[in-house]
Write a protein that binds this ligand. Structure first.
Ligand code: FAD
Length: 513
């Protein structure tokens, strides 16, 4: 795949050719959309920001951007496109925070709905025995956290970065270091309101319209636009003990990770990083952390090319700091990390959860945030993780790949197999994220080539890999991704979005025309 060239060509065709994907003049589309009675409004000019995303590798210009003033605006727009039927190739993409990687929230020649316009003061926290918050699908998780903390509550399951929308992460899964315990974010949703591809507004939950509820969770935006979500909450701690330790060998690292995720009494968050040739994270990983033993830490040296960093947290309130210390020490005493490499820091819960945003601000200041990000996220069964690690970390990635490499196990029992998300076989599987920035010697082509080599190896060695935030271009690849679940996925599509209007940027279905 040569994405940059392909995308540039398409961009030129759609943007400069003066026609939309409908092959009808833009002004006719604008006129028919402009005539809709809405609380919000359409924009037909200066649309380039809707043709950008975090990946910075794709650029598909839409014909219009809807800034919805209400859920009814979204329903009216989708119904309008649905009623145009197969005479039009007009599609509709919900855009959350546009933090997709390969154009998934874009709509070539179609309509982009700016979901953040729906953020409103309607976010409502319901304290009580089983607390929850009702929030708009376009709400950023950071806003949800800020609001729920006012009640001493917070969602249970997170992503590493909070400047993403509810609808955007629930369309994938939403994973982080709490997933082993609480499942992904999609396992912590009680109810959704959805505008289907027919323009119907449907409330759904495990009890009501459950097929749509499960379809939409991890559904890559294929079955409807999530306009509201009811998210489970728990009491929020005030503080977090944040710990990092290093391992010189993969076997001890993963055995300890797996022991921790299966233990009854354990940490609240468990992730891990791979450090290759001591670049990147090794230089930074402990910059804001304190060594447990400063003398030993300063003497820590290794010739190892590949190191593994285990990252954990324990939540606590200041008055329970002693208990937290005891519990942490008891857990650490069971681990086999290099003793000199034990570092920790205590931060507020908010500081911990919003940690990536601090890095974002630093990178933005240096002009290093809005660069191409050819990321690759994989889900690997526990049974093949060692084979994968030996080949990929020791051989394919001979050098640092200019970004963090995350690796941590999760328990399958916390995932609901009725949702649309695809996970591999086995009780435990690993989330592995290669998160490079394409800069300087790490060109886009260089990085995409490494990604290709990793995927080729996985296929040849029958690793049983699945992509997370999947990016495929052919129907055969999508069918292989969904495997035995493809038929269900397709049936759900036929039921809820029969004309394939929604989320065209995923490239799974072609609008019928
Ligand atoms: P968008 O990119 O705007 O949209 C993503 C897809 O969802 C598109 O197909 C879009 O059409 C669809 N969509 C958007 N809103 C809705 C809606 N309301 N209803 C239906 N469909 C909708 N993911 C994790 O799981 N864990 C992480 O720790 C994590 N960290 C990240 C860190 C960074 C810096 C970045 C850039 C991404 C990270 N991600 C992570 C990936 C992220 O979860 C996805 O890229 C997510 O889709 C981004 O959310 P968004 O609001 O920007 O969605």
């Amino acid at each position: 795949k040569q994405p940059v060239l392909q995308y540039l060509k398409l961009f030129l065709l759609l943007g400069l050719g003066g026609v939309t994907a409908m092959h009808v003049p833009k002004q006719d589309v604008s006129a028919s959309l402009g005539a809709l009675s809405l609380d919000g409004h359409f924009r037909f000019h200066d649309l380039s920001s809707a043709a950008q995303d975090f990946g910075n590798l794709s650029c598909f210009l839409p014909v219009a951007v809807l800034h919805p003033g209400s859920v009814a605006d979204i329903a009216t727009t989708v119904r309008h496109v649905f009623m145009m039927g197969e005479h039009s190739t007009l599609t509709v993409a919900a855009r959350g925070h546009g933090h997709s990687l390969y154009g998934q929230s874009q709509a070539a020649g179609g309509i982009v709905i700016r979901m953040e316009s729906l953020q409103s003061d309607s976010m409502k926290v319901h304290p009580g025995v089983s607390p929850y918050v009702d929030a708009s699908g376009g709400e950023l998780w950071i806003n949800v956290l800020n609001e729920t903390l006012k009640y001493g509550l917070a969602p249970k399951s997170w992503t590493d970065y909070l400047h993403l929308t509810i609808g955007g992460t629930l369309s994938n899964a939403g994973v982080s270091g709490q997933t082993f315990r609480h499942g992904p974010q999609i396992s912590n949703v009680k109810e959704l309101e959805i505008v289907t591809g027919r323009g119907d507004v449907v409330t759904c939950s495990p009890q009501q319209n459950s097929n749509l509820f499960h379809a939409a969770l991890g559904g890559l935006g294929q079955f409807g636009i999530i306009t509201r979500a009811r998210i489970a909450l728990e009491p929020a701690p005030q503080m977090v003990r944040w710990i990092r330790v290093l391992y010189l060998d993969f076997a001890s690292f993963t055995e300890d990770q797996e022991m921790l995720i299966s233990a009854q009494k354990t940490f609240d968050y468990i992730e891990g990083f791979v450090i290759i040739n001591k670049t990147g994270i090794l230089n930074n990983w402990r910059s804001s952390f304190n060594p447990q033993d400063a003398v030993r830490a300063s003497q820590f040296k290794t010739d190892k090319k590949v190191l593994f960093c285990l990252e954990m947290t324990k939540n606590f309130n200041p008055e329970e700091a002693d208990i937290m210390e005891q519990e942490v020490n008891a857990l650490l005493s069971q681990l086999r990390y290099t003793p000199a490499s034990l570092f920790h820091t205590d931060v507020t819960y908010m500081e911990f959860l919003d940690r990536v945003h601090s890095s974002e601000l630093k990178l933005r200041a240096k002009g290093l945030w809005e660069v191409p990000h050819p990321w690759l996220n994989l889900i690997i069964p526990r049974s093949t993780i060692h084979k994968f690690a030996t080949e990929v970390f020791e051989k394919i990635l001979k050098d640092n790949n200019n970004g963090p490499i995350l690796i941590y196990p999760v328990n399958k029992s916390r995932w609901d197999n009725r949702t649309s998300v695809v996970i591999p076989d086995g009780e435990v599987f690993y989330l592995v994220g290669f998160l490079p920035s394409a800069l300087g010697p790490y060109s886009i082509e260089h990085t995409l080539n490494l990604n290709r080599k990793i995927i080729e190896f996985c296929n040849e060695a029958s690793i049983g890999v699945k992509q997370y935030l999947p990016n495929y271009t052919t129907e055969a690849e999508w069918k292989a991704h969904y495997g035995a679940r493809w038929d269900t996925f397709q049936q759900r599509k036929n039921t809820y979005d029969p004309l394939a209007i929604l989320a065209p940027g995923q490239g799974i279905f072609q609008k019928a025309s």
